[in-house]
Write a protein that binds this ligand. Structure first.
Ligand SMILES: Nc1ncnc2c1ncn2[C@@H]1O[C@H](COP(=O)(O)OP(=O)(O)OP(=O)(O)O)[C@@H](O)[C@H]1O
Length: 421
């Protein structure tokens, strides 16, 4: 044991100054001062918000598009400007409130959060114990007390689920006589394309009064977005010329998400820093991609049962034993799965339940599933292939308890021999 004075004099943490000038700029919660490649969306969104500046009833706006395509960033950017620009008119009072509904899976929880956000920091109410109508009354009272124009952003609004009365109540609060002094505008944001179809037609009519679709970014868009951030995030001359185009290309190939590109850039820089390298280079990006992919699969695999894990293992084993047979049909994967299940002293699931596991792995983006239609004779069937790197799939399986029951080391060796990793 070290004496105490030795222990305290040991330096464990020191500020590292290499590579990053300010890595926070690459974090998800950083609000960029300028937005690249979204001129058209910004222009339309600005037009939809114009009634606010004119002192009229705000439009209710619905934004949709896949994850990481700038819906939240553009909304926050425009609302910041709107609130600022409104201050030049004495007869205008504009306030916005932002709520992410990910943990707010009912109208009740959304209403409580709104009351608390609007009242903050005082008079907070507890999350349980009030009748819904009482919470709505508190909400109307507070909105009227604030008055003026209040824009309510409900991000990830689809999480509210079926219990969506608040989406009906809020836009109608003024016309139903619940409030007099305030004008409410709702900005709903979602990446669930089916959400709209599930809404009650009355809710859909008002909530989606104006709509804005955000398409995925292509590689060139992403290069520009990443370049702007990198100038603030990294020290001069630290990024090798290939790094941004490669991060942009990887993100564009996958989902076209700026978040994915930024995460890759951050992870690549972090790898270079941890190794005390002077520059961030292409190999750092490739390794960062594998690390992030592995983390993503590990996260999703945690939710699955051991049969889900064995289904992925069956997919990996079948691919490694005969790469030329990929994409694989359910029958081939199922046979391998049954062998593995017996080897681990379990009972195999029936065909239908097994099919559900394949569907779940496809939904998580771990497998790629394609429908084939062979006409009258062949019928319709699915084909599967692994949609993540072999390295990420095998190392995820190695981290699960399966690795002690089955010999995954030889699987890794065989995958290398087949040049799959
Ligand atoms: N056009 C852009 N210019 C600069 N940064 C951008 C742009 N689009 C997205 N970003 C950045 O990418 C990240 C993800 O963007 P954002 O959170 O706005 O995506 P989103 O569409 O709301 O995704 P989700 O639905 O998953 O919340 C953020 O760090 C954001 O600042």
């Amino acid at each position: 044991m070290y004496p105490f004075f030795h222990w305290v004099s040991m330096v464990l943490f020191e500020r590292s100054e290499e590579i990053f000038q300010d890595e926070n700029v690459l974090h998800d919660d950083y609000q960029p001062q300028s937005l690249e490649e979204r001129d058209e969306e910004v222009e339309r969104f600005t037009a939809y918000l114009q009634p606010v500046i004119n002192g009229s009833q705000p439009r209710h706006i619905f934004l949709y598009g896949k994850t990481g395509v700038g819906k939240t960033a553009v909304t926050k950017y425009l609302l910041q400007h709107l609130e600022q620009d409104a201050t030049q008119y004495d007869d205008l009072q504009v306030q916005s409130v932002y709520l992410n509904c990910e943990d707010l899976t009912s109208s009740y929880r959304v209403a409580v959060s709104l009351v608390n956000d609007l009242r903050a920091p005082d008079n907070q109410i507890s999350r349980t114990g009030y009748p819904l109508n009482a919470v709505y009354d508190m909400l109307w009272e507070k909105l009227d007390e604030i008055g003026g124009t209040i824009l309510i952003v409900l991000d990830e609004v689809d999480y509210i689920g079926d219990d969506d009365s608040i989406l009906y109540q809020l836009p109608r609060a003024r016309s139903n006589g619940k409030i007099e002094n305030a004008r409410i505008g709702i900005i709903g944001i979602s990446n669930d394309f089916k959400f709209r179809e599930k809404l009650d037609p009355h809710v859909e009519d008002t909530l989606c009064e104006r709509e804005l679709h955000f398409p995925p970014y292509d590689a060139e868009d992403l290069r520009n977005i990443l370049q702007k951030r990198a100038e603030l995030a990294f020290d001069d001359n630290v990024l090798n010329g290939d790094v941004i185009p490669l991060c942009a290309a990887f993100a564009a190939q996958d989902k076209g998400s700026a978040r994915q590109g930024l995460d890759l850039l951050l992870e690549a820089g972090d790898l270079a820093r941890r190794r005390s390298d002077q520059q961030v280079t292409e190999p750092h990006v490739r390794e960062a991609k594998q690390l992030l992919e592995k983390q993503r699969i590990e996260e999703s695999m945690k939710e699955l049962t051991s049969h889900g894990h064995l289904t992925l293992l069956a997919m990996v084993s079948s691919t490694v034993s005969d790469p030329s047979s990929v994409p694989l049909q359910k029958r081939t994967i199922y046979e391998k799965y049954c062998d593995l299940v017996h080897a681990t002293d379990r009972d195999p699931l029936g065909g239908r339940a097994f099919h559900n596991h394949l569907a779940e792995l496809s939904m998580l983006g771990i497998l790629d599933r394609r429908k084939r239609n062979e006409g009258r004779g062949g019928g319709i069937y699915y084909e599967y292939k692994i949609d993540v790197s072999m390295e990420a799939a095998i190392s995820t399986l190695e981290h699960l308890h399966l690795s002690t029951e089955l010999n995954l080391e030889s699987l890794r060796e065989d995958a290398k021999k087949q040049e799959l990793m």
